[in-house]
Design a protein around this ligand. Structure first.
Ligand code: SF4
Length: 484
């Protein structure tokens, strides 16, 4: 355990996240009943930041630095760099993302690119300001350049997107932290849920009258957990209510192969769905069984082939690196099998274990199962995608990710998920409908962002859908000139 003590300074979140990144297995806390053997003391006085790492009551390293101007952002960056150097010396480790602990490292670079800075200037900024490694800086620049080119073709400033969440799944994955209900147990709620959702859809169609709809994303959960009638009812309603004239992409996360039928794939096609996901996570049966996916590797292959037969020309596959028990050979085999299918895009996630996930709740049970060489496994994915002519086009990070790494979306030319770029770079308003969905309102200056959250529980959502609508309406009507 590491206890953090702050004297005359805040930035609790940044200090805790960076310390946790250096000590992933330790509890990092501000308050403790016990006497902590490791203490990190951060103080601030007369523009001087001091950081000491104390072990068993003895300071083993102390560093100080001056804050040149009393400005919050400047102070934060000086503090994080100093903390990084202290922790690097104490642990003997470096972090590839340097002091960056946020989930959108590309956003910083994108802002600079949009302000006319050249790639060299941005690279230098990423290194000097955030101590970001050359490898990650290069990756960032590659992605930002591609995103920038894609965004230039889209009238995103005058547009908005819609997210619709279906929080039902065939079973619960071990690492899941989303709003997800087992459809076996909660089948009796699905029709009422769709009724409530249709109410939100009816509201959303007129919510931003002077904006054009850019993308629609149906996620979850697993939308294809809906039965064929329910899926058709929902898609028909979406197509009837929204104006699709300018829609660039209509995505449905089919996700779990055990939820997909030929008829559902036909329904998706019939209503103009232009991009789907069929997510293996791994092609190792033992791992699928361990993580509770309740489908076979063969089902993944069969479903993919079926989707192609039904004319789906933009299929994404998700895989996860760092699942307990997996090693580089397993990932190499997963990639070999995926290569035979040749999806249009491949999203490589690094496992992030969230508090609510069963993998965390029952962590003792899985303690012996560690993923070996997460960095090496990600490198395999990087090398494979390069060879197979996929390019990285979006990136984000999460808290508690294995090795403090990242998720990367790779795609073949022209098959990038536009919604993914819009949401990650926070480029336009996304109205989010359904239980657990979080709407994000992006103001014209591109900096100010407001949110409106929907309740997570399906029963609460059904009972309180009018309130969810009112939450969105409040933000929109309070800022009508800028947002509508
Ligand atoms: S498919 Fe996704 S949402 Fe459903 S249980 Fe698994 S991780 Fe959770």
């Amino acid at each position: 355990m590491i206890q953090i003590k702050l004297v005359n300074i805040d930035f609790e979140y940044d200090i805790q996240s960076l310390t946790k990144a250096f000590f992933p297995k330790e509890e990092v806390t501000f308050e403790t009943q016990e006497i902590a053997t490791q203490v990190l003391e951060v103080s601030y006085e007369q523009r001087q930041i001091g950081i000491s790492f104390i072990k068993d009551g003895i300071p083993i390293l102390t560093k100080t630095d001056m804050v040149p101007i009393e400005e919050r952002k400047v102070k934060k960056n000086v503090l994080k760099r100093l903390l990084y150097h202290v922790l690097m010396e104490v642990t003997g480790r470096t972090l590839q993302w340097g002091t960056l602990t946020g989930i959108r490292p590309t956003k910083l670079a994108m802002e600079k690119l949009e302000n006319g800075e050249n790639l060299r200037q941005i690279e230098q900024f990423m290194y000097e300001q955030y101590l970001c490694s050359k490898e990650k800086t290069d990756l960032c620049m590659d992605i930002v350049t591609r995103e920038h080119a894609i965004l230039e073709e889209i009238d995103y400033k005058n547009g908005y997107s819609i997210y619709i969440g279906i929080p039902f799944c065939p079973s619960t994955c071990l690492y899941c932290s989303f709003a997800s209900y087992s459809v076996q147990k909660f089948a009796h709620l699905v029709d009422d849920y769709l009724d409530a959702l249709c109410k939100e859809i009816a509201y959303a169609k007129n919510a931003c009258p002077s904006k054009r709809l850019t993308t629609v994303y149906l996620g979850g959960g697993t939308p294809t957990t809906l039965n064929e009638q329910q899926l058709e009812r929902l898609l028909k309603r979406i197509k009837e209510e929204f104006d699709f004239t300018y829609v660039r992409e209509f995505t449905v996360e089919a996700g779990r192969p055990d939820s997909i039928t030929r008829e559902k794939l036909r329904i998706l096609k019939k209503y103009g769905v232009s991009r789907i996901s069929i997510n293996p996570q791994t092609m190792k049966q033992e791992t699928l069984d361990l993580i509770g996916r309740k489908h076979t590797v063969e089902q993944i292959r069969d479903t993919f082939v079926m989707a192609r037969e039904e004319g789906h020309e933009n299929i994404n596959m998700d895989i996860i690196i760092g699942i307990p028990g997996e090693c580089p050979d397993d990932v190499a085999e997963t990639l070999r099998q995926i290569d035979q299918l040749s999806p249009d895009s491949l999203t490589v996630h690094t496992l992030a274990i969230k508090r609510a996930a069963n993998l965390n709740i029952y962590k003792e049970k899985y303690q012996g199962l560690v993923a070996k060489d997460v960095v090496g496994m990600l490198q395999l994915c990087f090398d494979y995608t390069k060879k197979a002519q996929y390019h990285p086009y979006y990136l984000y990070r999460q808290k508690n990710m294995a090795e403090n790494l990242e998720n990367i979306g790779y795609a073949k030319d022209g098959k990038e998920g536009i919604y993914n770029i819009l949401i990650m770079e926070e480029k336009q308003t996304i109205l989010a409908l359904g239980a657990g969905a979080s709407s994000k309102f992006v103001f014209p200056d591109g900096y100010r962002i407001e949110r409106a959250e929907n309740v997570k529980s399906v029963t609460d959502y059904i009972a309180r859908v009018d309130e969810m609508i009112a939450r969105k309406e409040k933000v929109l009507s309070d800022n009508a000139d800028e947002l509508r």
